[in-house]
Design a protein around this ligand. Structure first.
Ligand SMILES: [Fe+2]
Length: 589
């Protein structure tokens, strides 16, 4: 059974291929098209998946799209009619979006792939999120919680997944909360009010929250009302997103929280205004966390299961995930490497495989590396053509050299094998640096990432040493596997880990297991042998506004345009001329 999964047309399009019950490959369109958060129909990703797996379109048993276009269309029409006449402006735009590619997905897939329409299936959006979370986790029975902005109608759903004795799989929905009542939209509305781009800037809200006090949580609770059945409802008088295509918050929202920030005005935390933004961010973060924790506590009580699988874009909120693990009663919390919409391509394919076709349960390899492989030979050729000497060195001497360079304060571009599926670099497309000095964080922000100072960098640590440096609750290592949890750095190590410790003493740590990323794990150990602290700063290998690099050529281009000192791809290592680099940095300073 060969099944292609597709997510598209909202943000982060992707394709994934499942054969004989296990993923073969998966990639986001942005990695190939080089347009960040590319939402277009993922032709390049589909083509790559088919080529990578050696499957012709006619050999596919099914192509599965990650949501039901008619249900989405129904939501748009219903909301427009409910809001009439205020919606008359936004309605034509919403109709155009929906009536364009979205509604005619079946025809688009059939014509692009040349396959009969009967082979094209649809999952509901939250079914795809649930499947991406449950069917990739190493568990055979779990509660499932998914939350995002909106799919067709559902914005939060709870359910349970189980593998039966006969090897069949059940994913049973228990209940859902429907649009326009949405935790994701609540968070996105505050993201927009804070002047950050929606669907990308949510990380910034979480980063900024650490600088503030949740002093306005009471105000936010007037916006997000809790209901007696354990759910929630938004007071819609604070919002416009269900009525307007232009603005997400209403004048009443502005009365409660003040005028929105102009995106071009920097946030100065020394001023009252800057502190107010941080307080609002802290307040919405607190209310989001409290709500999710309460939903998870109720779900734990209802299911009595020890495992929870989290999906949907809201599961990218590492602070909330850590609190769910600590406070909900679940012993293990699994978040896939791609809990957002990109991950739905794999989720939709796995859902069709297990639930629609009833394929017997198969264990899914527990790693995020489903994307294209970088070719070290390409790096060697490009560097030589560009006049930079490159060296080929086998492990362990290559790892020794890289560890020496990192300990000497150099920044390393690290490319190894297949790229990650999901938004985080987990040791295959990473920029690495020493974690000890806050000046390194500022240097990275200034010369590579070009981003706001209040956004923290993440550390990576071998699983064997994680508890020494980070205050992990039971199950914390698992949440750290794909960098899905934010945990306190132990106070005695905050000084030695200054570049990766956020202002509130926390870090979004990646806990690295040898079996998942052996070379990255070995490099961390090598660093530990030199400094006594096997921790590295690990940030995604991209410049601001660009997708994470995919090929060796893209890595080389990024290396040349930034302050990265050393680039490694497999056994090939390229270093910049230090004298020239120092002169360049001086000129920039
Ligand atoms: Fe979603």
């Amino acid at each position: 059974m060969r099944i292609l999964g597709i997510s598209a047309h909202y943000h982060d399009s992707a394709a994934a291929l499942v054969a004989d019950g296990v993923p073969v490959c998966a990639v986001q369109e942005e990695r190939l098209s080089r347009r960040k958060n590319d939402a277009a129909f993922p032709l390049a990703a589909i083509e790559w998946c088919l080529e990578r797996s050696g499957v012709e379109p006619e050999q596919l048993d099914a192509v599965v799209f990650y949501e039901k276009p008619m249900l989405k269309f129904e939501r748009i029409v219903t909301m427009a009619l409910r809001g009439f006449p205020r919606t008359w402006r936004s309605f034509p735009r919403a109709m155009k979006n929906s009536l364009g590619e979205k509604l005619w997905v079946k025809g688009i897939i059939a014509s692009h792939l040349g396959i009969p329409a009967r082979k094209i299936l649809f999952t509901e959006h939250h079914q795809a999120h649930a499947a991406a979370a449950f069917l990739t986790a190493p568990t055979r029975a779990a509660a499932i919680l998914t939350a995002d902005g909106v799919g067709e109608w559902a914005t939060l759903s709870v359910g349970r997944g189980a593998v039966r004795q006969d090897g069949g799989t059940d994913i049973v929905p228990l209940r859902e909360i429907r649009f326009p009542h949405s935790l994701g939209m609540l968070y996105s509305t505050f993201t927009a009010w804070l002047g950050f781009p929606v669907n990308e800037g949510e990380y910034k809200v979480m980063g900024l929250a650490a600088y503030g006090r949740p002093s306005l949580a009471g105000e936010v609770r007037k916006v997000l009302l809790r209901t007696s059945d354990g759910g929630f409802a938004l007071d819609l008088s604070y919002f416009d997103y269900h009525l307007s295509a232009r603005s997400s918050f209403s004048p009443k929202f502005v009365d409660a929280f003040g005028p929105p920030r102009d995106p071009w005005d920097p946030i100065d935390l020394e001023t009252d205004r800057g502190r107010h933004y941080a307080d609002v961010a802290a307040s919405v973060q607190r209310v989001l966390e409290d709500t999710l924790v309460d939903v998870a506590i109720a779900l734990h009580a209802e299911t009595g299961l020890p495992d929870l699988c989290l999906g949907g874009g809201v599961a990218l909120n590492g602070c909330a995930n850590a609190r769910i693990l600590r406070e909900s009663g679940f012993q293990r919390v699994f978040v896939p490497s791609a809990p957002g919409d990109a991950g739905c391509a794999l989720g939709a394919a796995l859902y069709a495989d297990r639930v629609h076709f009833g394929t017997r349960w198969r264990e899914v390899p527990d790693h995020p590396f489903w994307g294209p492989e970088a070719q070290p030979g390409d790096l060697a050729r490009i560097a030589e053509e560009d006049g930079l000497p490159c060296q080929r060195e086998a492990d362990p001497s290559l790892l020794t050299r890289v560890a020496d360079e990192l300990c000497a304060g150099r920044i390393v571009g690290w490319v190894d094998g297949a790229c990650e599926y999901g938004p985080r670099a987990l040791g295959h497309r990473s920029i690495l640096a020493a974690p000890s000095d806050a000046a390194m964080r500022d240097k990275l922000n200034r010369s590579i990432k070009f981003r706001e100072e209040f956004r923290p960098f993440a550390p990576a640590v071998p699983i064997e040493a994680a508890a020494r440096y980070f205050d992990l609750p039971p199950g914390g290592e698992r949440l750290g596997r794909f960098m899905s949890g934010v945990f306190p750095v132990r106070p005695e190590w905050r000084g030695r880990l200054a570049a990766v410790t956020h202002v509130d003493g926390t870090a979004r740590v990646q806990v690295v297991e040898r079996a998942m990323a052996p070379r990255f794990h070995a490099l961390l150990e090598e660093v530990g042998r030199r400094t006594g602290v096997p921790v590295l700063l690990n940030t995604s290998f991209n410049l601001a506004g660009e997708p994470i690099v995919n090929t060796a050529a893209e890595a080389y281009s990024t290396f040349r345009r930034s302050g990265i000192d050393l680039l490694v791809c497999g056994p090939v290592l390229v270093a910049k001329n230090r004298a020239a680099q120092a002169a360049r940095e001086e000129a920039v300073a």
